[in-house]
Design a protein around this ligand. Structure first.
Ligand code: 6GU
Length: 277
């Protein structure tokens, strides 16, 4: 996969791409990440990338010309008549559609992803209209620019590329992973897979030492009862999701045993709140 990042802060990315999984993927040639300095595509003496907004108001807007010139140098402007390669130009802004694991999976099958980092109050909307395929936001908060969002998206996409993670299961079974589609619902049974998160948050993990600062690793994980371990992990995943992201429970694949466990948590919650509501 080829990733191009258009930014007025190219040095921002010396760091995020040089560690761990991303660094290894680059060295292995699975992904090539190139940053492009928008200032290099200005024409004036002062290398101006921004200007005041038509209609007045706060802040500055990224000018269309440097962005267009940069995209033109990459063969992406004007928009290719018949897009031959599997590629997308993505505008990063707080006004974008929400970036999720599902969107990461969509981007991971492309040959080329071009990320356009907005700054100031935004970019001239005509760039969005003329060349961008989609507009993405990484969450409901305001960042000073798209650079951090680009780093987040690249990390989430690259780790899905074939050969990047040693064990393909380690991405499939994490929080927000696809879970195990073959997992069959058997009424009243313990879920057969250790991990199959099916839209739940991941369960908590422990490693040595068996006791740390007086806090022991849960006894069940130190034994060899794999059915008990599966059940414990499933219940902790349900508990974490219930406490931190109850919205995810609406779409999660739940067994009868899961629902029963959740109703116990609900009752406990009501008791803890002093029996009200
Ligand atoms: Cl992609 N850009 C900006 N400026 N703010 C954001 C964002 C992006 N995603 C969430 N907040």
């Amino acid at each position: 996969m080829q990733v191009d990042v258009l930014t007025i802060f190219p040095h921002f990315f010396t760091g995020p791409f040089d560690h761990g999984v991303l660094s290894r993927a680059r060295k292995a040639g699975v992904v090539s990440i190139e940053t492009h300095d928008l200032r290099a595509f200005t024409q004036d003496r002062h290398r101006t990338v921004d200007d005041r907004p038509f209609g007045g108001g706060e802040g500055m807007v990224l000018k269309p010309e440097p962005i267009w010139n940069c995209l033109e140098s990459l063969g992406l402007a004007p928009r290719p008549a018949s897009a031959p390669a599997k590629q997308q130009v993505v505008l990063l802004s707080a006004q974008g559609a929400r970036f999720t694991q599902a969107v990461a999976a969509e981007l991971a099958v492309l040959d080329r992803v071009v990320l356009l980092c907005g700054r100031y109050e935004g970019i001239d909307e005509r760039i969005n209209e003329l060349v961008c395929d989609r507009e993405l936001s990484i969450g409901d908060y305001v960042l000073s620019g798209g650079e951090l969002a680009a780093a987040v998206i690249i990390d989430a996409v690259v780790r899905l590329l074939p050969g990047v993670l040693g064990n393909p299961d380690s991405s499939r079974f994490e929080s927000f992973g696809a879970g195990d589609p073959g997992e069959e619902y058997v009424p009243g049974s313990v879920p057969p897979s250790t991990h199959g998160s099916g839209g739940l948050l991941d369960y908590p993990h422990y490693t040595r030492p068996a006791e740390f600062r007086g806090v022991p690793v849960p006894q069940v994980l130190q034994g060899g009862d794999h059915v008990a371990i599966r059940r414990w992990r499933r219940q902790r995943a349900l508990e974490k999701t219930f406490r931190n992201r109850p919205d995810l429970l609406q779409r999660a694949i739940l067994t009868e045993a899961d629902r029963k466990f959740l109703s116990v948590l609900e009752v406990q919650g009501r008791v803890e709140n002093g029996g009200s509501s």
